[in-house]
Structure formats: structure tokens, C-alpha cells
Design a protein. Structure first.
Length: 146
């Protein structure tokens, strides 16, 4: 397996809405400092933000691993939480299991996972109810139109 040229891991605290978005901001800043193409930064920033918000909203805690390779960026998000019962249903735009509390805060529109998939060149999700969820996305650095 090819080793990344850069790797950093971030901790995401579940239910801490005061810090929600801090990981995606840090990752976006890193990508800009690395000089990645604006289209790559935009697409990955959307993926990272949506994944981070899902952890904050639905899990106890999570970890985001940001890996840069010569040809792509890979983001792996693993959480410890409730998991997803029906991934196929969760991938449908507009489907949400958000509580009234989350909806009142402006979350739970059911677009998180579909937005991640739409902005990624490669997307993989697996989940176990009562254990947690793992989402892996890759965006190629050649910034081809998406």
C-alpha cells in the first residue's frame, strides 16, 4: 500500500455543538496551506463538514483521519455511536432520523450522506447498529469536473 505524504487525525466530540465545524475548518485550512486546487478544497470541505456534523449529531465520539497522497486526498471518519439501521434508506436525499431538537438547531435535513457521496470521487460507508459508522471518501487531486 502506498504511504500518505501527509496524515493527521482529529477527535470529534459527539453532541458538542459549540465546537461543531472546528475540525472541518482545520482541515480546510490545511488543504489551502498545502496549495490544493480550489475545487478539491471545496469538495473535500463539504465532505468533511457533513461527516463531522453527523458525528456531532448522532454519535458519542468520532475520529477523522485526513490523508494526503500524491494523487488524492482520503478522509476516514469513524464514530462510536448508534449506527445506521438502513444505509440504503439513509442515502436517500431528505431521509433523516433527526430528533426535533436537532431540527430546531437547523440540522437533520437528510442531505449529509448524499452531499458527501455527490462530492467524493470514491465513497464507502459501513455501519453496525449500536456500535458506530465508518465513512471513507477520496477526492482525486487532478480536480477533474465533478
Amino acid at each position: 500500500m502506498v504511504e500518505p505524504i501527509f496524515e493527521q487525525e482529529f477527535y470529534i466530540e459527539g453532541r458538542n455543538f459549540a465546537r461543531a465545524g472546528s475540525v472541518s475548518s482545520a482541515v480546510k485550512r490545511l488543504m489551502k496551506e498545502m496549495g490544493l486546487a480550489p475545487g478539491v478544497v471545496r469538495r473535500l470541505a463539504i465532505c468533511v463538514y457533513e461527516a463531522e456534523m453527523n458525528v456531532v449529531a448522532y454519535a458519542e465520539e468520532g475520529w477523522l483521519k485526513f490523508l494526503v497522497f500524491l494523487d488524492r486526498v482520503r478522509v476516514e471518519v469513524k464514530d462510536r455511536g448508534q449506527g445506521i439501521e438502513d444505509i440504503e434508506l439513509a442515502m436517500q436525499p431528505g431521509y433523516s432520523t433527526a430528533s426535533d431538537e436537532l431540527r430546531e438547531m437547523g440540522f437533520g435535513a437528510g442531505m449529509g450522506l448524499p452531499n458527501i457521496k455527490r462530492n467524493a470521487d470514491n465513497f464507502h460507508i459501513e455501519s453496525e447498529v449500536g456500535k458506530g459508522t465508518t465513512v471513507v471518501v477520496e477526492v482525486f487531486l487532478n480536480d477533474r469536473p465533478h
